[in-house]
Ligand binder design. Structure first.
Ligand SMILES: Cc1ncc(COP(=O)(O)O)c(C=O)c1O
Length: 369
């Protein structure tokens, strides 16, 4: 039986092979007599799962040795507080606001940073474009610069991370990569810290991945909870408190799946990037070639992961969604704050799923245009 195609923005589709392996190992992991959810996080079985997952993520994303990989809880929303608690050093922090998620991060930082400045904002364009880095008003001596490298709701993605040094700033760059982690390589020479929830591209909700340069550890504000102090988390190999063991296990299975992926001569994340570009192109071409559907995001920053689109005639939204569901195309309803439709094309979505969506969109247009 083929499963429906699931376009959810998160929690989102997980590769079927991963789900099958987890199902097969549910009652007895590798002859241990225990399921992963039943294991002590301090036992040798779970430690081996954790170490493999960390090593695989480091390999896949080519994370340099001077960065720590932390497996935490709390999701992206908690990181909006945890980042300023650890990195703001009671100083100024800069935000580049390109949609709802960076806006939310900025608001939360107001509670912890002495000063929060907006270096640039795409709000005037209703978040349909990213202000050019050369126009950003970066603060002198800022503790860090925050941006959301893929805005899940507005469908805006930085296809290239800014080089802050070239823009005259020595501040570390913090990226919220919740909704495109593992979809493309990361240029770590431009990043101080990256964070993201696992529930879009990596596994179930409950696991948060933080990748942080070592020199940024050890500067938490005194009020920072110990469980959220990156230095404490790093010194305890993410086990200062009980980590989200099931999430780490599922992430590990996904990392193994990612390592097996091939696209021509490309492997792993490079293969995923090529596949993700092809998937997004197929859908954007369908939208752009039609007068029936619209996406207003500027071409240079259209998200490859989250494609919001609108029917010109919004009275047909319900019929569109109903017909989609009948064809096994699930969870296409747009975020409530923007309406319309949204197709999330994370790593687990095959090209065939996007083709099925495009075929349906063309058919719906023929019947209703
Ligand atoms: C880009 C981005 N950042 C942060 C969040 C919030 O993450 P969480 O719900 O894991 O706290 C989301 C959730 O969708 C997101 O898409």
């Amino acid at each position: 039986m083929t499963r429906p195609y699931n376009f959810s923005a998160g929690p989102a589709a997980i590769p079927e092979e991963v789900l099958q392996q987890a199902a097969a190992e549910m009652l007895d992991w590798h002859g241990s007599g225990m399921g992963v959810m039943e294991m002590s996080h301090r036992g040798k079985e779970f430690i081996s799962i954790y170490e493999q997952a960390e090593a695989d993520l480091r390999e896949l994303l080519a994370v340099p040795a001077q960065f720590k990989i932390l497996f935490m809880q709390g999701g992206g929303i908690a990181e909006n507080a945890i980042v300023p608690l650890n990195l703001s050093r009671a100083g100024t922090v800069d935000f580049v606001v390109t949609g709802s998620w960076s806006q939310k991060s900025r608001k939360e930082a107001l509670k912890y940073a002495a000063e929060v400045r907006t270096a640039a904002s795409g709000e005037d364009s209703q978040f349909t474009t990213v202000p050019a880095p050369a126009s950003w008003q970066l603060s002198r001596g800022a503790s860090y610069v925050h941006l959301c490298s893929n805005e899940t709701i507005h469908g805006v993605e930085f296809h290239e991370l800014p080089d802050l040094q070239a823009l005259g700033s020595d501040a570390p760059l913090v990226i919220d990569f919740s909704s495109h982690v593992a979809s493309r390589p990361v240029d770590w020479s431009r990043v101080g810290l990256a964070f993201g929830g696992a529930q879009k591209n990596i596994g179930p909700a409950g696991l948060t991945i933080v990748i942080v340069r070592e020199d940024l550890l050890g500067h938490a504000l005194p009020v920072c909870p110990s469980a959220f102090d990156y230095r404490v988390v790093a010194e305890n190999q993410s086990m200062y408190n009980t980590p989200p063991t099931w999430g780490i296990y599922m992430a590990g299975l996904t990392f193994q799946w990612l390592k097996r992926q091939r696209e021509g001569a490309l492997a792993g994340i490079a293969a995923m990037e090529a596949r993700n570009i092809a998937k997004a192109q197929l859908l954007y071409d369908c939208i752009d070639q039609s007068a029936f559907y619209v996406n207003k995001v500027a071409a240079h920053c259209r998200s490859r992961m989250n494609v919001p689109f609108f029917l010109q005639d919004e009275t047909r939204n319900d019929a569109f969604l109903q017909g989609a569901k009948q064809r096994g195309l699930l969870q296409l309803k747009g975020h409530k704050s923007v309406g319309g439709m949204r197709a999330s094309l994370y790593n687990a979505m095959p090209l065939a799923g996007v083709q099925a969506l495009v075929d349906y969109m063309r058919e719906f247009e023929r019947l209703h245009a």
